[in-house]
Design a binder for this molecule. Structure first.
Ligand code: AMP
Ligand code: MG
Length: 402
């Protein structure tokens, strides 16, 4: 059986990047940059005042109080473009250009206007350069500010705007079709009858896929009828880049997903991974090039296998710099059992008093316990072949997307 790392390697090799597209800046949030973002101007573009006050020469205000003659006003968007001389001051506002000849801004709180605004008394000294941000201090024209493959967050929107990216090139959103198998399933709007449960996987998979940047379509429930499953998979593959199924990949008599994929002529790259939970997991490609992730049915297995495998593929399709889940170190607050397979156990992390991350494994009833999973924010990794990790052990945890 292949390891998790080997499975991820295969997925990366088999995933093709979708061609980038140009979108309006308004639609760029959450997308992956397909181009480097270059500053097209210095920022600030001129020596800029950080305060409301008076632009002066530092040499003039070393022995306060001093009286300076007000020769003009520099406002944001309307500067004073003459040379400031010794003994002079210019009234200046936050964001306004500092006039030539001035080297310091004294804030208004340390001043008092006199002679009906003709002069100003500076009551405190200020160091040379005080309250001035020099031209290009923040960024110089031509510098690379953001890199292709970074995901655009809210703060980055300001960067795009500042450098004139009214349109920006981003990775195309993969289209994901989500398909649940299982004769026991009824739609969420329906009251389950005898031996039935509501479908929940379609909703968690759909949500995780959306968090991974995909557009999502939920297909009708497919039951456990191979005659229905095959056309459903075909129809899902006609309208998507990736099909994600759940259930029907184990060894049961009614587990038809692999059979259906085989009969459709899919190339199956793997069907089992040394992983707990989530050992039966199918990764395949249909003849039309659409990738298929056949996840197991158990809701916790779904979360683990989607986020380890399908998410990686979806991010790689968009050209993400870093398609893997974020990993960090944490200290175990309770001992956990391992197995011969690598385990990814739902847990909650929080910061302890000493500033370390603490990981609390969730009490859960096994891979079907999606109620416990609802409180998880990480998966705790237990290496293969480790029977038990004791309380206090430092472990690797991967963040579940949220
Ligand atoms: P399977 O992998 O098909 O054997 O399913 C394993 C377990 O997951 C069974 O208990 C199923 O009832 C359950 N299950 C399968 N699909 C879903 C679903 N879409 N929503 C909720 N539970 C499911
Ligand atoms: Mg089933």
């Amino acid at each position: 059986m292949i390891t998790v790392a080997e499975a991820i390697q295969i997925i990366k090799e088999q995933t093709r990047r979708l061609s980038p597209e140009r979108v309006e800046i308004e639609d760029a949030l959450g997308r992956f940059l397909a181009e480097d973002i270059i500053a097209d101007c210095d920022l600030p573009p001129f020596d800029r005042s950080q305060m409301d006050g008076y632009a002066v020469r530092a040499a003039d205000i070393q022995e306060p109080p001093v009286r300076l003659r007000i020769v003009g006003e520099s406002a944001a968007g309307a500067g004073w473009h003459n040379e400031l001389l010794a003994g002079q001051a210019v009234r200046i506002m936050t964001g306004a250009p500092v006039p030539n000849g001035a080297d310091t801004v004294q804030q208004v709180e340390f001043t008092r206007e006199l002679d009906e605004g003709a002069s100003v008394e500076i009551q405190h000294t200020a160091d040379l350069g005080r309250s001035i941000v020099r031209r290009a201090d923040e960024i110089r024209s031509g510098e690379t500010v953001l890199r292709a493959g970074e995901r655009i967050n809210a703060a980055m929107m300001a960067v795009l705007a500042s450098f004139g990216y009214a349109k920006v090139s981003v990775g195309q959103e993969p289209r994901v079709a989500v398909l649940a198998t299982g004769s026991e399933l009824v739609p969420v709007s329906q009251k389950p009858g005898q031996d039935q449960i509501r479908d929940s996987n379609n909703y968690s998979i759909g949500a995780y896929a959306a968090l991974a940047g995909a557009s999502v379509e939920l297909m009708p429930l497919a039951g456990d009828d191979p005659g229905r499953l095959k056309p459903q998979i075909t129809s899902a593959a006609e309208r998507s880049d990736v099909v994600v199924t759940s259930g029907g990949v184990s060894m049961g008599v009614y587990d038809f997903t692999k059979t259906a994929l085989n009969e459709l002529g899919a190339e199956i790259f793997f069907e089992r991974v040394s992983l707990r939970p989530g050992k039966p997991i199918v990764f395949a490609r249909l003849p039309n090039g659409v990738l298929v992730f056949g996840l197991p049915g158990n809701p916790v297995s779904v979360s683990v296998t989607f986020n380890l495998f399908a998410r990686t593929s979806l991010l790689a399709m968009q050209g993400a710099l870093e398609p893997a889940l974020e990993e960090e170190w944490a200290i175990l607050e309770r001992s956990v059992k391992g197995s011969d397979r690598e385990s990814y156990l739902p847990g909650q992390i929080r910061t302890g008093e000493a500033g370390h991350l603490l990981a609390q494994p969730l009490k859960w009833g096994g891979s079907s316990d999606f109620v416990a999973l609802a409180r998880a924010n990480v998966l705790i990794k237990v290496p293969a072949g480790v029977a038990m990790l004791e309380i206090g052990t430092t472990v690797r945890v991967v963040r579940l997307p949220s």
